[in-house]
Design a protein around this ligand. Structure first.
Ligand SMILES: NC(=O)c1ccc[n+]([C@@H]2O[C@H](COP(=O)([O-])OP(=O)(O)OC[C@H]3O[C@@H](n4cnc5c(N)ncnc54)[C@H](O)[C@@H]3O)[C@@H](O)[C@H]2O)c1
Length: 339
């Protein structure tokens, strides 16, 4: 039975990915998280669903002593690393925080993997590593030119992984470059149980914020920039459903065991929607009108980010099942109504 370390899985993507690993394999998972942006409710949901196959330890990744103790006491087969700071505008004003939490702590984690001979690593990377790509949809071979410290901090982690896997031939990783993730676990029973979804203290992600407005939890949603060189002037993003993203990690895990080599994959659907289109779709799905505000551009936001997902489709078993904007929005909205 595999014993897997998940960092940051009290958070949105990590908890849903843990759900699918526990559901679809017979692994055990140890989750570490400092609960800075994660929620104990996500851990409780996993514990109540999967019992003692999951354990949680509150650890900050910067705590080298606790981390070393954890590696000493557990025989991990694989590490899936989600823990990070991830608010782009915040990274612009607090770059040191981002290099510290995202790059330095990832370096410490990889070092322990090498020391304790843990040879499989799955990394949460991001489309932000591309910056403003010249060609859309963007492929994994595009130059990495991040335009904010968040993207740079993740790019540096990718470079560390690349160099370490070159130097230590047994160490293999998959870096998944997520595009915009949204929605709530489709296995949720929205009538009588609080399930996994995009819990967040101060949400900044568009679908989440717009669904909060539709659910009456927030007054308005801002459109940051209406003068981009796009079809309606607002930014365009590729929205991927959380369950499909979680399942991409399982495909990455299979890939590592099957091929014993490292790879980088985009995870998106290859289709873009503008901010204005998303807001209209949320209003349509929820049948609720809410206020929108045309605000200035935010620092660090590229105009257009759409994935080319041919590589993950051709090299892994990943086949997206929920490639539909309204399905994504409906799950996010239903979740918002009961949470
Ligand atoms: N949400 C997206 O659209 C998106 C897009 C691209 C990439 N990503 C990446 O996916 C990963 C997960 O993001 P998410 O949306 O689930 O965010 P999240 O904030 O819900 O989850 C991050 C988790 O990491 C934990 N954490 C942060 N710093 C830590 C530290 N020093 N020690 C221990 N735990 C720590 C937080 O408490 C939280 O539970 C991140 O690496 C992020 O960069 C997310």
């Amino acid at each position: 039975m595999q014993n897997i370390l998940f960092t940051g899985a009290a958070g949105y993507i990590g908890s849903t990915t843990a759900y699918y690993f526990l559901k679809n394999t017979n692994c055990n998972i140890v989750i570490i998280d400092n609960l800075s942006s994660g929620f104990i409710e996500n851990i409780q949901f996993l514990e109540s669903t999967f019992g003692d196959r999951i354990s949680f330890i509150k650890i900050d990744l910067s705590d080298n002593v606790a981390l070393r103790e954890l590696f000493k006491n557990n025989n991990f087969d694989c590490v899936v690393h989600f823990a990070a700071s991830l608010i782009v505008p915040e990274s612009v004003v607090k770059p040191l925080l981002y290099y510290d939490n995202n790059t330095k702590n990832t370096l410490a984690l990889i070092s322990l993997c090498i020391e304790y001979n843990i040879n499989k690593f799955i990394f949460s990377s991001t489309a932000a590593v591309y910056g403003e790509p010249n060609e859309i949809p963007v492929t994994e071979n595009a130059p990495l030119l991040p335009i904010n410290p968040y993207g740079s901090s993740k790019m540096m982690s990718e470079i560390i992984l690349r160099d370490v896997s070159f130097a230590y031939r047994d160490f293999n990783y998959v870096a998944l470059r997520y595009f915009n993730v949204a929605g709530a676990l489709c296995d949720n029973n929205y009538k009588d149980k609080k399930g996994l979804g995009q819990r967040s203290k101060n949400a900044t992600h568009l679908i989440k914020v717009a669904c909060e407005c539709a659910a009456g939890k927030r007054e308005s949603v801002s459109i940051f920039g209406s003068d981009y060189n796009t079809k309606d002037g607002s930014c365009i993003r590729d929205y991927v459903y959380i369950d499909d993203l979680a399942l991409a990690h399982l495909s990455a895990y299979e890939f590592l065991y099957k091929h014993n080599k490292s790879e980088i994959f985009n995870v998106g659907y290859g289709k873009g929607y503008s901010v204005k289109e998303v807001i209209s779709a949320v209003k349509e799905v929820s049948n609720v009108d809410f206020k929108t505000i045309e605000a200035p551009r935010r620092d660090g936001d590229p105009a257009n980010l759409i994935s080319n997902n041919a590589k993950i489709l051709s090299l892994t078993s990943w086949r997206p099942k929920y490639n539909n904007l309204k399905t994504i929005i409906n799950s996010a909205y239903q979740w918002e109504l009961i949470n």
